[in-house]
Design a protein around this ligand. Structure first.
Ligand SMILES: [Zn+2]
Length: 379
């Protein structure tokens, strides 16, 4: 592969020095440096001294690269801090999204039962569902102690090539973020505040990270021989293509517009995925509808690709509209209940029917069906 960016290439090389120091702490070099720069701590947390040598400064620059891809592989869990260490593979920053406040679990071993298996009940109780599922997917290895690995490589050992690729992806993402109307730091918070189901939040995180196996992405990774779209024959099946531009997506959005009036706006070619969560170009119920609709399009695309029966466009659109409607009604009810409990000092409660009567509780939605030109109530 070509190393076009010399600075990132140098950093990747320096990262290798850091990897050696971290994983081979008994080597002569590691012992000398420890004695001089971090005798009372460890390499990853040692601070930069004022009169440090150029070599040490360079190693610290490599350590920054290392820290972005270094991950703890969980064994007995006794050496891994739940909140500080990177330890959950393929998961955001490899740390839980759940805030630490109020949790008494500290080490990963606190989440294991006496046999070294995950304590599912405790994990589901301590973490939000997206964290809990990711943790429960980590295979337990109670026989070994926790050890360091390099996440970008399957074999777990540092390689200059994978570090360079990682830095390159970061550079591209930074360029995108600079174009976008929302900073990367804020985008995660915004995603988790969206009024969409957690699955759609996770999906959107994958869209932003480009962690979806479209043909263009697989082609870039030398997995697919050609990057074209199999549905419409377009030259490249990018994520944006699947969700906005493909014939299937166009039919979806045209139908959605006729049914609900929600229109997919012109989106920025680079920062579109960030802009859609920002709340400036689209917000509220329309934002829920668009993001859920895109999730639905992605599911449809996968079904089609695997030869499974797909839902008709009309059904897929209705699902997204109904979901948006329900979520917004639910949140309005919650807000309303909170307001009434604050202002009126009471909330409405279920009451027993008079003797001799049966009470049937039901929920319902009422909407204007523009497409069929009829109005209907759905129970
Ligand atoms: Zn297409």
């Amino acid at each position: 592969m070509g190393f076009r960016d010399l600075r990132n290439f140098n950093l990747s090389m320096l990262g290798k020095q850091g990897w050696r120091l971290q994983t081979n702490q008994d080597s002569l070099c590691a012992r000398v440096l420890k004695g001089r720069y971090y005798h009372d701590g460890d390499f990853l947390t040692s601070t930069r001294r004022k009169h440090a040598s150029q070599t040490w400064k360079a190693i610290l620059a490599g350590r920054e690269v290392l820290a972005q891809g270094l991950i703890k592989r969980v064994g007995d869990g006794t050496l891994t801090n739940i909140w500080d260490d990177r330890w959950i593979p393929n998961h955001f920053d490899a740390r839980p999204l759940t805030p630490q406040d109020g949790h008494d679990v500290v080490l990963v071993s606190d989440l294991l039962d006496p046999d070294g298996r995950w304590d599912g009940a405790k994990i589901r109780q301590s973490f939000i569902p997206v964290d809990a599922e990711a943790i429960l997917h980590i295979p337990p290895r109670p026989q070994v102690t926790d050890f360091w690995a390099w996440e970008p490589e399957k074999h777990g050992f540092y390689s200059v090539k994978s570090a360079y690729k990682m830095l390159d992806r970061r550079r591209i993402r930074e360029e995108v973020v600079n174009t976008a109307s929302v900073s990367e730091h804020d985008v995660w918070k915004k995603i988790w505040k969206l009024k969409v189901p957690p699955k759609v939040c996770t999906f959107w995180w994958r869209v932003i990270q480009e962690f979806l196996p479209t043909r263009q992405i697989l082609h870039k990774r030398h997995i697919e021989p050609v990057p074209n779209c199999e549905v419409c024959g377009a030259q490249e099946e990018t994520i944006r293509h699947v969700l906005c531009e493909c014939t299937a997506a166009r039919a979806f959005w045209a139908y959605a517009k006729s049914l609900s009036g929600v229109k997919l706006l012109e989106l920025h070619p680079v920062s579109w995925a960030y802009d859609l969560v920002d709340g400036k170009i689209v917000s509220g119920e329309n934002q829920t509808m668009i993001l859920s609709g895109m999730y639905s399009l992605w599911l449809q695309r996968n079904k089609w690709k695997h030869g499974e029966q797909t839902r008709p466009t009309s059904q897929a659109v209705r699902w997204a509209i109904d979901l948006a409607y329900d979520l917004w009604n639910m949140s309005a009810m919650v807000d309303g209940a909170e307001t009434s409990s604050v202002k009126g000092g009471h909330t409405q409660r279920w009451e027993c029917p008079p003797e001799g009567w049966l009470k049937c509780n039901a929920d319902g939605a009422f909407y204007e069906d523009q497409w069929q030109g009829a109005t209907g109530a759905v129970l």
